[in-house]
Design a protein. Structure first.
Length: 556
């Protein structure tokens, strides 16, 4: 029986790491706007409308199928999506710390607390241990797959290799690039033991991966009609943008500079025969996995959220650092307290990010990014009361995904990248812009094809160049506002009865008609094009349209 004092010596620092990491993560808890896209899919599924963002539109506008389904389970159990996602993200963070704390050394004993404490003290992981996104669950699935692979090699038990592959399959269901983890696992299996056992190990790992990955592909094809999510097109994943990707990496690794030490120490140890024999099992596969997972991030240009895409790599890089340090200086293993202090010092010795330089590249720390509209209390409730029971279609930008979810807007059109719209997502880029937000929906498409009534932010007007294409009509809902994209008399009357305030557009139109004789022909032509898109294509009003048509006809 293990004495309490022995347990404390062995596990005390592990508990301390958990308390440090989880405490800091709880203090920073938040929900990212993008999470509400998954939450809306999940709620529609639970309410019987299918795994869709808008009823009747089968478009895979997320990259985290397994996480979205998991959010649906929480809603089915009556738990709010925000609380459910935070709970399980924190659980995944605890899983990452625990796996690192119990990672076997070369002789099978737990190593010094370098990696576990380093990860527990990493501010990037604190930020994404909540957030509502799949980030931490993906990191835990990756690390669990590598740990099971180590166990399979050490024990020779077949089922562990099968479970390692299954965890890689789960990682690919959480994020598509998780499939690259299977490559690292298969390479690791192919290097172990004699030829026949190696083949069996490779097949077991491949079978475990295929058991989850193939059903996901089949579901995508049968339900959405595509093998890759629509988001891949929305974010132009097929176009390499390494310059932006390297900048994205540079901002993160300049801040968390110690992570670059891990591969260097590991390579030094691997190059020295005496220390190579002391490298912890699986550390090389962890670094290979980190390299493979980094490649698609660099290729697509990274992300607009500072550090998010690098979070799953942090535990792998710390694992490499730990393996290299203990191989080069074995005496550290017997000195857990100095190791703990060194890990804390390294993890906490971060440099402040250059917010201005990041912003010039379209990258922000979204958790702390100031957005007065997003943080205004009661915003969603205001729109929910105004739109309830009405057939309202809103074109929204990323900052209002939460409103689309909480206000239950009947048809919500993501108009900044086309995440949930096939036509918008598959537009051809003429130039690069803010990564992941480079394909704004054309105003003509939003109005004529999708029937969009409003956009809620001036950003939506800027992206669609609305000021040059339609008259600008602002609608006030208490403290909130929206901008009308086309005039729907019945809808506007219903909103007016609910307290919405706006100018009667027909009066504005009558003033324009009164001034029509004094306008030049090019100006009349421009005005009519704007009014046609905004008003005449939707309202049968020949008396007001006839003066424009007559004036234009006389010019021919």
């Amino acid at each position: 029986m293990t004495r309490p004092s022995t347990w404390i010596r062995r596990r005390g620092w592990e508990l301390a790491a958990l308390l440090l990491g989880l405490g800091a993560a709880l203090e920073r808890r938040w929900i990212a706007d993008d999470a509400y896209i998954s939450f809306r899919y999940a709620r529609n599924l639970v309410e019987g409308q299918g795994l869709v963002f808008n009823p009747g539109e089968r478009v895979e506008g997320f990259t985290n199928l397994a996480w979205t389904l998991w959010a649906a389970l929480g809603l089915l159990l009556g738990v709010p999506a925000e609380a459910w996602s935070q709970l399980w993200s924190l659980a995944a963070y605890a899983g990452v710390i625990t796996l690192l704390a119990r990672w076997p050394g070369r002789d099978g004993t737990p190593p010094a607390p370098l990696a576990a404490v380093g990860v527990a003290a990493c501010s990037a992981l604190w930020s994404f241990a909540t957030g509502g996104l799949e980030t931490m669950a993906f990191a835990c699935a990756v690390l669990a797959a590598l740990r099971l692979q180590v166990t399979a090699h050490r024990s020779g038990t077949p089922r562990y290799g099968l479970w390692a592959g299954a965890c890689a399959g789960l990682a690919s269901a959480l994020r598509p690039e998780g499939a690259l983890l299977a490559v690292a696992l298969l390479a690791s299996s192919a290097r172990s033991g004699a030829a026949a056992p190696r083949l069996a190990a490779v097949l077991r790992c491949a079978l475990g991966f295929a058991a989850l990955a193939l059903p996901v592909l089949a579901f995508r094809w049968l339900y959405y009609g595509a093998l890759v999510p629509n988001t891949a097109h929305a974010k132009s994943a097929e176009l390499a943008w390494y310059d932006q990707g390297l900048a994205y990496a540079g901002f993160f690794f300049a801040q968390h500079w110690v992570l670059g030490v891990g591969p260097v120490l590991w390579l030094v140890a691997a190059a020295r025969p005496p220390s190579r024999s002391r490298l912890a099992p699986g550390s090389g596969t962890a670094l290979l996995s980190a390299a493979l997972l980094a490649w698609p991030v660099l290729q697509v240009g990274g992300d607009f959220m500072h550090g998010r895409m690098w979070v799953p790599l942090v535990p792998l890089l710390w694992l490499g650092l730990q393996a290299g340090a203990l191989a080069l200086w074995p005496a550290l293993a017997a000195r857990p307290v100095p190791c703990l202090l060194v890990a804390l010092a390294c993890a906490l010795a971060t440099l402040p990010p250059d917010a201005n330089a990041m912003w010039q590249r379209g990258i922000v720390d979204e958790r702390t990014f100031p957005d007065p509209e997003r943080s205004r209390p009661g915003r969603s409730e205001t729109f929910a009361r105004a739109f309830e029971g009405l057939d309202v279609r809103v074109a929204f930008t990323g900052g209002d995904a939460r409103v689309m979810y909480e206000a239950r807007v009947p048809v919500a059109l993501e108009s900044e990248a086309g995440l949930t719209d096939v036509f918008v997502a598959r537009q051809v880029l003429s130039s690069r812009g803010r990564v992941g937000h480079e394909k704004p929906a054309p105003l003509e498409y939003l109005v004529r094809e999708r029937g969009a009534h409003f956009t809620l932010r001036t950003r939506g007007l800027v992206l669609t160049q609305a000021a040059d294409k339609i008259p600008l009509v602002e609608v006030r809902f208490g403290q909130e506002r929206a901008f009308c994209l086309h005039w729907d008399p019945a809808l506007m009357q219903a909103l007016a009865r609910r307290g919405a305030r706006f100018a009667d557009f027909t009066q504005t139109l009558d003033r324009t008609l009164a001034e029509l004789p004094q306008r030049s022909l090019p100006e009349v032509r421009r005005q009519y094009a704007m009014l046609k898109l905004f008003y005449f294509e939707h309202v049968a009003d020949p008396a007001r349209e006839r003066p424009f048509l007559d004036r234009l006809a006389r010019s021919r």
